[in-house]
Design a protein around this ligand. Structure first.
Ligand code: LLP
Length: 420
């Protein structure tokens, strides 16, 4: 969180005091640092500069148009998982030849839209999907480029909800069935097999699972090539973790150093799909303390952001550092507290059993490392309008998504005449 620092007694994002953003846009509010986004993207890109590669930013982590445009201007492509993401990517100006499409449940409309746009490729997750893509492509008189997503059965050693490359997972094609699937794929007239793909999970804090999974995939590439299919792309997925608390994940250059020797001689373009690593520590969620409450067994800090704004703590038990916006409170007496939101669920918390300095109601807290899987997973639960998003660049703060209004909440709803 390098670009969120205390200066002159308060938290800044780059050269903008967070208090200025609060005054202008209110709370809860997401703030992103332009400098952090660029630094992380460039770290990834330059780490792999020795190998032909495409970075396909996993836009599920943060799909705001401004963020996507920024990535596209840096040369990034995107990894999409829905027609909605394709729409956003195109709207933001991401070139179709850098778009890859993953997901176990692509529907025919989404497949058609992606073929119409001529995206780089589909990452295919089953033989049924191969058939479906072949059918849609046939109806359009085109050939669809695909990579087969292989499930290498490697434990990524991360949270079970974000592990995707184990035998019991719904993702990908089992490694031991892969050759058969490749044969099927090459027999389909409207399919052109161009690559292999793997993604074993998210928030990985070691390089070893990446390397093991890649080795398994490369063994397969040899066999497939021997059958005469030219594999031009190897997609290693995303998953490189970030520091939320005291994790020490490898840096992109550590990943590159481990991977490059394995692929350098293959004459392939490497595709990677980092999401969290690029945006996670570039964002924070700012919230106001409404009340403090001493319960029978616990002390609560009740804030105006809730699980509908940031669901990671409730859903995964995820840890997000929490800091006072005004630095003077950092020295205050501490208490063990739960930081909770206004949503009517016991699972609505941003931190549990956390030792925090005492900050009075009316003051503000920053929930750190909220740039990835933050706003994008937010909802209108309890009819709470979604928060605004602000992008800071140097001394400027740009609103990149306005706070939703109550009218936005009911958009598209209708009361049928019989209820009049
Ligand atoms: N590629 C594929 C095929 C993926 O499924 C994912 C993430 C990524 C790339 C990007 O992974 P990353 O580099 O961001 O780790 N909501 C969860 C994370 C879900 C990740 C789903 N797939 C969270 O908040 O931790």
């Amino acid at each position: 969180m390098e670009d969120f620092q205390y200066r002159e007694g308060e938290l800044y994002c780059e050269d903008v005091p967070v208090s200025r953003i609060i005054k202008e846009y209110g709370t809860p509010c997401y703030i992103y640092s332009h400098a952090s986004l660029l630094r992380q993207y460039r770290a990834y890109d330059s780490a792999f500069s020795g190998i032909p590669h495409i970075i396909a930013f996993a836009m599920k982590a943060n799909s705001n148009l401004a963020i996507l445009r920024l990535m596209a201007k840096e040369g990034s492509g995107v990894d999409i998982v829905s027609g909605g993401e394709l729409f956003r990517a195109l709207r933001a100006g991401v070139p179709p030849q850098k778009i890859v499409f993953a997901g176990v449940g692509k529907n025919p409309d989404e497949i058609r839209d992606a073929l119409k746009t001529d995206i780089l490729m589909f990452n295919v997750e089953s033989s049924a999907e191969l058939q479906a893509i072949n059918d849609v492509a046939a109806s359009m008189g085109v050939r669809a480029r695909v990579a087969l997503r292989i499930n290498p059965d490697i434990d990524p050693k991360t949270h079970p909800y974000i592990s995707t490359g184990l035998k019991k997972s719904k993702f990908g094609i089992a490694a031991d069935r892969a050759l058969e699937e490749f044969k099927l794929a090459t027999s389909l007239k409207h399919i052109e097999v161009v690559g292999v793909h793997k993604h074993i999970g998210s928030q990985l804090t070691e390089v070893t699972p990446f390397v093991e999974a890649l080795k398994k995939i490369l063994g397969l590439v040899q066999q497939v090539k021997a059958h005469g299919t030219d594999i031009r792309y190897i997609n290693i997925g995303g998953g490189l973790g970030i520091t939320y608390s005291d994790e020490k994940p490898p840096k992109p250059q550590d990943l590159a150093a481990a991977i490059a020797p394995l692929v350098q001689h293959l004459n392939c373009t490497l595709i990677m799909e980092p999401g969290r690593n690029i945006v996670g520590n570039a964002g924070s969620l700012i919230t106001r303390i409404l009340y403090t409450k001493q319960g029978e067994a616990k002390r609560f800090v009740i804030v105006d952001a809730a699980m509908n704004d940031l669901i990671r703590p409730s859903l995964y038990g995820a840890y997000h550092e929490i800091r006072p916006v005004q630095q003077r409170f950092v020295q205050a007496a501490t208490h063990m507290v739960d930081v909770v939101g206004p949503v009517c669920e016991s699972g609505d918390f941003l931190a549990k059993d956390r030792t925090l300095p005492e900050v009075p109601p009316g003051e503000f807290l920053a929930v750190m490392s909220a740039g990835a899987y933050g706003f994008v997973m937010s909802s209108n639960y309890n009819s709470r309008p979604r928060s605004p998003e602000v992008l800071v660049r140097g001394g400027e703060a740009h609103l990149i998504r306005a706070r939703e209004t109550y009218e936005d909440l009911v958009k598209g709803e209708a009361i049928p005449a019989f209820l009049n």
